[in-house]
Design a protein around this ligand. Structure first.
Ligand code: SAH
Length: 385
């Protein structure tokens, strides 16, 4: 094999080190850290709780709106505790407002995206953990663009707080007004930005005013399969849901589709996934993009079924979403149905994911954070999936 992509750099890629991290924000710190900081600034410690209540409890991101604070305090705390991290560039909506994508500019000009999805019983936000991604999966628009930098904990959390505010405003018609789930399935490889992502998860699950108060099992971390980081995650006191982007049951093909497989093979990554399931009691999601004539053959379904049978797992098949310049197509529906049938026959719980957000380039693998809107216009005529 000569055309395999290079193994991508993992967490301390030079690009990630050179890029400029944002100023500190209250969401980078736990409550004790915020109390220490406000005291250092000459404010009484209770201000930390007061500001946290606004931010995590009432989803107020603009310090100027915190009118119960004296004006001078507001100024000081807004600079030191609540610098602007995300500047909106564009927001797109489809599905009558039930799906929304926000494009953000960060303090150094880097761009990231977040996607909100409303359902009758829940509201889910898909957030980014890095600007770009270094994992180089050839079918993913984010992977094609490369890594710009890691996001800070607060840059990750602020996406969820913003979208929780959108839900609370009642803008997601037909859905409950409370954000219920967060999935790390936006731009980036969360486990390559490990410490900041763990910090963000802690903020998301701590009860208000320390954090957003979401349930651990309603947080999903999706990974290409960085085995040491999966093992480390299993040893945290967090039972979040793990999703593994497998996409092929055999090393030959997975080496190409998910280049990090050249380092950690299918058997190793599945071992780590089963250990994660055993330690947390949580079912691991296996993500599998259905790519026509690439990974959708009946024999691959059978092989996948044999690897997964009897395990605490669930397969999410994702119809391949179009990305610019991609040479691949989604599998035809009959092929997809046969794949599902074979997996279920093997006793493996399997569903096909909806293609939410496709027409706003907000579906899996489409987040490229480009400022021009061409792909949106190009696709506007496509029937919603
Ligand atoms: N880097 C992490 C988080 C991204 S999650 C990971 O890979 O798991 C995004 C999910 O969408 C991953 O499962 C990814 O493999 C999948 N994906 C990427 N490009 C896609 C495409 N064009 N169509 C369908 N799914 C895609």
């Amino acid at each position: 094999m000569t055309s395999l992509p290079l193994i991508p750099a993992i967490s301390d890629a030079p690009a990630a080190r050179r890029a400029s991290m944002p100023p500190k924000h209250l969401a980078d710190l736990d409550l004790a850290g915020r109390q220490a900081l406000v005291t250092e600034l000459g404010e009484p410690a209770f201000r930390a709780k007061q500001v946290s209540n606004h931010y995590f409890g009432r989803l107020v991101r603009d310090p100027q709106a915190m009118t119960d604070l004296p004006a001078a305090t507001r100024e000081r705390l807004s600079e030191q505790l609540m610098p602007t991290l995300l500047t909106p560039v564009r927001e797109l909506a489809c599905d009558d407002g039930a799906t929304r994508k926000a494009l953000w500019r960060l303090h150094d000009g880097a761009l990231v995206e977040s996607v909100l999805m409303g359902y009758p019983d829940r509201v889910t936000v898909c957030i980014s953990s890095q600007a770009g991604c270094g994992m180089a999966c050839p079918f993913c628009a984010t992977g094609q663009a490369g890594l710009t930098r890691n996001l800070s904990t607060a840059e990750i959390v602020d996406q969820a707080v913003y979208m929780a505010g959108v839900a609370a405003s009642g803008a997601v018609v037909g859905s409950p007004p409370r954000l219920s789930r967060v999935v790390f399935m936006g731009m980036g490889e969360p486990l390559a930005n490990y410490n900041r992502v763990i910090g963000a998860i802690r903020r998301l699950v701590s009860p208000a005013p320390e954090g957003l108060g979401l349930s651990q099992r309603h947080i999903t971390v999706s990974t290409v399969g960085l085995v040491p980081a999966i093992r480390r995650l299993a040893s945290e006191d967090l039972s979040v849901t793990l999703a593994l982007s497998l996409h092929a049951p055999d090393d030959d093909l997975r080496d190409e589709l998910v280049p990090v497989n050249q380092r950690w093979k299918v058997a190793e990554v599945l071992d780590a996934a089963w250990d994660y399931a055993a330690r947390t009691g949580r079912r691991v999601s296996i993500e599998y993009a259905m790519i026509k004539d690439v990974n959708d053959q009946p024999w691959r379904a059978d092989l996948l079924g044999r690897l997964l049978a009897g395990k605490l797992t669930h397969v999410n098949l994702i119809p391949l979403n179009p990305t610019p310049g991609s040479r691949w197509d989604a599998s035809p529906k009959p092929v997809e149905r046969e794949f599902v049938r074979r997996l279920r026959d093997a006793g493996v719980s399997t569903t096909v994911r909806d293609t939410r957000g496709r027409e706003i380039d907000g579906a899996c693998g489409q987040l490229a954070a480009a400022e021009d809107n061409d792909t949106f216009t190009d696709r506007a005529g496509e029937a919603p999936a």
